[in-house]
Design a protein around this ligand. Structure first.
Ligand code: HAM
Length: 413
C-alpha cells in the first residue's frame, strides 16, 4: 500500500473545518490591517534560499527538499516564505510603485526535520511581510497581529519574547566578543556548537544542550552592543507593545534560526505544546532585499505554524470550532422517487443551502442515520401517500417538530 510521506498529513473532515476557520480568521484580521495576499510558487531556484536564509543555517544545511529538474536546474520546495516574497517583490518592481507593501500568506512549507508532535516535513504557515519602510510601528504591528490572532483562539499560556540584533557592524563586533568568551570553553561545548563556533557563533544561543546552555548563561549580552539608533528603535517597539497591551519579555538570547535578521526579532511560544513551543517567529530583515539583488529596502515580518496553533488549542481546549451542518437532508421513502429527490436536492442547493441525499438506494433508517451524522437541521421526507397528494413532510431535527407542506413550496424555502 502506498502511504503518505513520513512527516506529512492528510487533512480531512471534521479536522479540515478547523483549518478553514483558522484560515478565515487570519484572512479577516489581515484584511483589517490592510495586508494583501501573495501566493508564490511551491518551488524556487535553490540559490534563492541559500542566499536568503544563509548557508550556515540548519534549514539550508540539513533540511531543504532540493532536487534537479530535467533541465538541470536545482530547485527547492520552499522551506519558508520570506525569501520567496522578497524575490517576487524585486521581480515585479513593487518598490518602484509604492513606498510600503504589506503582504500576507497562508501556505505549505517543507523542511526535512525529524517529525514529532508539532514538527512536520510539510507544515503550514500563515505570515506577513512588510517591505519598504523602516519603522518601529511596523515591527510592533507584526508582533501585535501575531499575538492578536493567537489570542482570538483564547490561548493563555503564551510568552512573547523580543530582542534586537542591532545592525551588521555592531553584530560583527559582538560575534568577535562572543568568540573570545567561548574560545577558552570550546572543548566543553557540544559537537554541534563547536561547528557553530566556526560557521555561525550566534546560533550557539539556540542550543538545547544543557552544558551549552550553562556556558551561555554568562556570555556577553548582544543588547549592550547595539548602537544608539537601534536602541531607540527597540525602545519604541517596546513602548508601542505596552500601549497595545501586549505583555512581553526581553530575551537577549533570541537570535532566531535564519541569517537575514537585523534589529528586532521576536517569538511567541506556548507552554501547552511540548518541546516545539514556538508558535510563531519573525523580525526585521533590512539587508535581505539588497542581498537578493534589489535596492536597499527594509523589511519586517513573521510566520506562524498552523499545526502548532491547532495543537495548543487542542491541549488547552481553548476554542470551540463550529461544527459543520447540513441545512436539509432529503430522505426518499420510495425507491422509484430517486429522480424527484435528486431534483429537489439540486433545487435547494441552487438556492445556496447545504443539502444532501442518499445515492445508493438505502433504507429509510440508513438515510436517517446519514442525516444525523451530517448534523442536518431539517429532514424532508419525499414519498408515500403524502407524495401522491402533492405534499412532503419536513422535520426540524432540533425540536422534533414535523409539518406537511406542498411539494411546490420547497422552492420557496
Ligand atoms: P521560522 O521560525 O523558521 O520562521 O518558522 C515560523 C513558524 O513556523 C515556527 O514558529 C513554527 O510555528 C512553524 N514551523 C517551523 N518549522 C516547522 C515544522 N517543521 N513543523 C511545524 N511547524 C513549523 C520563518 O519561517 C520566517 N520566514 C518567519 C519570518 C517571516 N521572519 C520574517 N518574516
Amino acid at each position: 500500500m502506498i502511504k503518505a510521506i513520513y512527516g506529512t498529513k492528510d487533512i480531512f473532515s471534521p479536522e479540515v473545518f478547523k483549518w478553514q476557520q483558522i484560515e478565515q480568521l487570519v484572512r479577516n484580521v489581515f484584511k483589517n490591517f490592510n495586508y494583501q495576499e501573495i501566493r508564490t510558487p511551491i518551488f524556487e531556484e535553490t540559490s534563492l534560499f541559500k542566499r536568503g536564509i544563509g548557508d550556515s543555517t540548519d534549514i539550508v544545511g540539513k533540511e531543504m527538499y532540493t532536487f534537479t529538474d530535467k533541465g538541470g536546474t536545482s530547485l527547492t520546495l520552499k522551506p519558508e516564505m520570506t525569501a520567496a516574497v522578497v524575490r517576487a517583490y524585486i521581480e515585479h518592481n513593487f518598490y518602484k510603485q509604492s513606498t510600503l507593501d504589506k503582504f500576507y500568506y497562508i501556505s505549505p512549507m517543507f523542511r526535512q526535520e525529524r517529525p514529532q508532535a508539532g514538527r512536520l516535513r510539510q507544515f503550514h504557515q500563515f505570515g506577513a511581510e512588510a517591505l519598504g519602510v523602516k519603522s518601529p510601528e511596523l515591527d510592533a504591528e507584526m508582533i501585535y497581529v501575531a499575538y492578536y490572532i493567537l489570542k482570538s483562539f483564547n490561548l493563555k499560556n503564551l510568552a512573547v519574547k523580543i530582542n534586537s540584533l542591532g545592525k551588521n557592524k555592531e553584530r560583527e563586533i559582538f560575534k568577535n566578543e562572543l568568540k573570545q568568551y567561548l574560545s577558552s570553553k570550546l572543548n566543553l561545548l557540544s559537537e554541534d556548537s563547536k561547528k557553530r563556533f566556526e560557521t555561525n557563533v550566534l546560533r550557539i544561543f539556540d542550543s538545547k544542550d544543557p552544558n551549552d546552555i550553562e556556558i551561555m548563561q554568562n556570555a556577553p549580552n548582544l543588547l549592550e552592543y547595539i548602537d544608539e539608533e537601534s536602541r531607540k528603535h527597540f525602545e519604541q517597539v517596546q513602548k508601542l507593545l505596552n500601549l497595545l497591551n501586549v505583555p512581553f519579555e526581553i530575551d537577549h538570547k533570541l537570535v532566531r534560526g535564519l541569517d537575514y535578521y537585523t534589529e528586532t526579532t521576536f517569538e511567541i511560544t506556548s507552554s501547552s505544546v511540548g518541546s516545539q513551543s514556538a508558535l510563531c517567529g519573525g523580525g526585521r530583515y533590512d539587508g535581505l532585499v539588497s542581498q537578493l539583488g534589489g535596492p536597499e529596502i527594509p523589511g519586517v515580518g513573521f510566520a506562524a505554524g498552523i499545526e502548532r496553533i491547532l495543537l495548543a488549542i487542542e491541549n488547552e481546549k481553548s476554542y470551540e470550532f463550529s461544527i459543520p451542518c447540513l441545512d436539509y437532508y432529503i430522505v426518499r421513502l420510495d425507491n422509484n422517487l430517486i429522480d424527484k429527490v435528486y431534483y429537489y436536492t439540486t433545487l435547494l442547493r441552487n438556492k445556496n443551502y447545504t443539502v444532501d441525499c442518499d445515492y445508493s438506494n438505502r433504507s429509510v433508517k440508513a438515510q436517517m442515520r446519514e442525516a444525523n451524522k451530517a448534523n442536518a437541521n431539517y429532514v424532508i421526507f419525499i414519498g408515500g401517500e403524502e407524495f401522491t397528494n402533492g405534499q412532503c413532510s419536513i422535520k426540524n431535527m432540533k425540536t422534533g417538530e414535523q409539518k406537511l407542506i406542498p411539494l411546490d413550496e420547497i422552492q420557496y424555502l
